[in-house]
Design a protein around this ligand. Structure first.
Ligand SMILES: Cc1ncc(COP(=O)(O)O)c(C=O)c1O
Length: 459
């Protein structure tokens, strides 16, 4: 067991005195000798300031897709910084021109014009602005409502925080809600709000409910539907195969734009370049961030189809938005190199292969531990949902703090891992090997086994 050094204490004190971290209380952290201070990294591993080695199971925020420590990415960043660290207003740069071309090639259909931004929330804010502006340009100014799926997450900024009204995030501090939010059921086959008994039945019923909502509100008031192909926040919820084609058809029928949030799913996470590729659907706008640059730098994008972009062609039509760091040449150079690494090392294929293996191993745990209600996922985007009663799918009460207790138990196994209440979220870097999957599964097995003996659960 590594001992806490004076350096760690000093850094911790500085953080607890001055840093404001997401989802953590500095008072609480101080009491529990937190936060961990991470100093070094390589592959799926990180080392803290006391020299302890950890597996960062989710690679940052399910975002360090190619893994830590890729020197060629650092080199690309350094080269670009030395040549051109920023650019004069009204001009562009070689890496950005090459990146937007590359995105047009990788994305499906006529998605071929990119608005570059610095992250996922900005990408979704931009997508919503484009959707609303698109309808105005086309003479339908009444279309402003945005349909999102209940319990999902699309960002932390002004409008995006209201999308989905995400599970586990209390938004009451920020009320009133942004106007025009409409919430449709999430096609979650394990807990289908519409009572569907199979993934297929659930997806058809949820798609029907989404259409009913559009009709109820009046299609002439609805600008867009936004959703992730596979819901990441609730641990890899995969809809039935009917869902995406149906939603595409419903949007077309009612003149509503379809925004596909690929912030997590994009760039190989689900075993295809984009999550939506599993269903051969082409959205009107695709948003991306995390995997675009593997989080080596802040980078994101909203990519639109030629048809959507055409509404903004011409001198009088420009979209009035400017973000100082959108399209930063260093970010573009990193994204290009990151995509090159994914291609050359066949990481999309590895994500499909290792994801299938990982899921198989997790299904083994499902047989062993009666508190596991469901194991789910696609590619390397997976989740384990724990339940108090397998038959009724009853959840453990929040007072038992299952998620927090599990995080502590995972740490004893050397795993840094995220939970959302009773859901364990899994999204490791796409460079992961079979041996590393086995090591994580062993840690999960021990931690789940420990908490199982402590919890009042029915087999
Ligand atoms: C699906 C999804 N969309 C958007 C975002 C927001 O991205 P960012 O944190 O880069 O603003 C996230 C962040 O976790 C996300 O999971």
């Amino acid at each position: 067991m590594a001992t806490t050094t004076g350096k760690t204490e000093e850094l911790r004190d500085l953080a607890n005195e001055h840093l404001w971290m997401p989802f953590r209380s500095w008072v609480d952290m101080e009491r529990h000798d937190e936060p961990l201070v991470i100093e070094r990294s390589k592959g799926i591993h990180v080392w803290d300031s006391d020299g302890r080695e950890w597996i960062d199971v989710n690679g940052g925020y399910t975002s360090v897709s190619v893994g830590y420590g890729r020197t060629e990415i650092a080199q690309a960043m350094r080269d670009q910084m030395r040549t051109l660290p920023y650019w004069p207003e009204g001009t562009t740069t070689p890496p950005l021109a090459r990146l937007v071309k590359k995105l047009a090639e990788l994305t499906p259909g006529s998605l071929e014009r990119t608005w570059p931004v610095s992250g996922g929330s900005e990408a979704n804010e931009t997508a919503i602005k484009i959707a609303r502006a698109y309808h105005k340009r086309r003479g339908e100014p009444g279309r402003y409502k945005i349909v999102s799926l209940k319990g999902t997450y699309h960002g932390g900024t002004g409008v995006t925080m209201w999308l989905g009204r995400p599970a586990g995030i209390n938004l009451s501090d920020f009320e009133p809600e942004y106007p025009g939010m409409v919430y449709a059921p999430l096609p979650n086959p394990y807990r289908c709000e519409k009572g569907g008994k199979t993934p297929s039945e659930c997806s058809v019923r949820c798609a029907k409910a989404l259409e009913d909502l559009i009709v109820f509100h009046g299609p002439q008031t609805v600008a867009a539907v936004i959703a992730e192909p596979v819901c990441s926040g609730l641990g890899g919820v995969v809809p039935g195969d009917e869902y995406w084609p149906l939603v595409r058809r419903i949007c077309d029928k009612h003149g509503v734009l379809l925004i596909d949030d690929e912030v997590v799913c994009g760039f190989g996470r689900t075993g295809r370049w984009f999550g939506i590729d599993h269903w051969d659907v082409v959205p009107d706008i695709m948003t991306m961030a995390k995997g675009l640059g593997s989080s080596y730098v802040p980078v994101g994008a909203a990519v639109v189809t030629r048809e959507v972009a055409d509404a903004f062609a011409g001198e009088q039509n420009i979209l009035r938005q400017a973000l100082t760091y959108g399209g930063h040449p260093v970010a573009a150079a990193v994204a290009l190199k990151n995509i090159e690494v994914i291609e050359e090392e066949k990481m999309v294929e590895n994500s499909a292969k290792m994801g299938a293996y990982f899921l198989g191993q997790l299904r083994g745990l499902e047989e062993k531990h009666h508190i596991i209600g469901e194991v789910r996922g696609l590619g390397l985007l997976m989740g384990i949902e724990l339940v108090a009663d397998r038959k009724t799918k009853a959840k453990f009460p929040a007072s038992l703090r299952v998620g927090e207790r599990l995080v502590e138990k995972f740490r004893k196994q050397g795993l840094l891992l995220r939970t959302l209440g009773n859901i364990i979220q899994l999204g490791p870097p796409m460079c992961i090997t079979k041996t590393e999957v086995d090591e994580i599964v062993r840690g999960l097995d021990t931690a789940i086994g420990e908490i199982e003996t402590e919890l009042p659960a029915k087999a």
